[in-house]
Design a binder for this molecule. Sequence first.
Ligand code: RB5
Length: 148
Amino acid sequence: MATIAIASDHAGVALKAELVDELKKLGHSPLDLGPSDTASVDYPDFAAKACAEVTAGRAALGVLICGTGIGMSITANKVHGIRAALCHTEFEARVTRLHNDANVLCLGSRVIGGALATEIMKVFLAGSFEGGRHAKRVEKITQLEAKR
Ligand code: RB5
């Protein structure tokens, strides 16, 4: 079982609470980085907090939620060492762990419902990197990051 960093913006607070409960049920330790209410906030601030936990190794994986999941994924993918995947299906969640070694899951609370988001998160958390031919591709992503 693992420490999972989780954060949202105001649009994702309710879904975040559901997912925090689910993480506990699964035996994980959710690190809830806020926000704790629905007052308007800026999603990059919360993406940055969760990504910092992942890149520092204090969390194994991250989960980020905003209205579309897009703002969170754009932001998270600016952070060195983060490979964030916006997922709408369990298939995407499974394959992004296998092929992209994604370490942050992004979800859109205004796009998918809580039950689907929960299933997607479960698949994402249970997945692992396949390596092999995918390793050199992920390495190329890392090399691109180094040029920034
Ligand atoms: C907030 O209104 C909304 O812009 C945000 O949750 C997200 O969808 C951004 O990508």
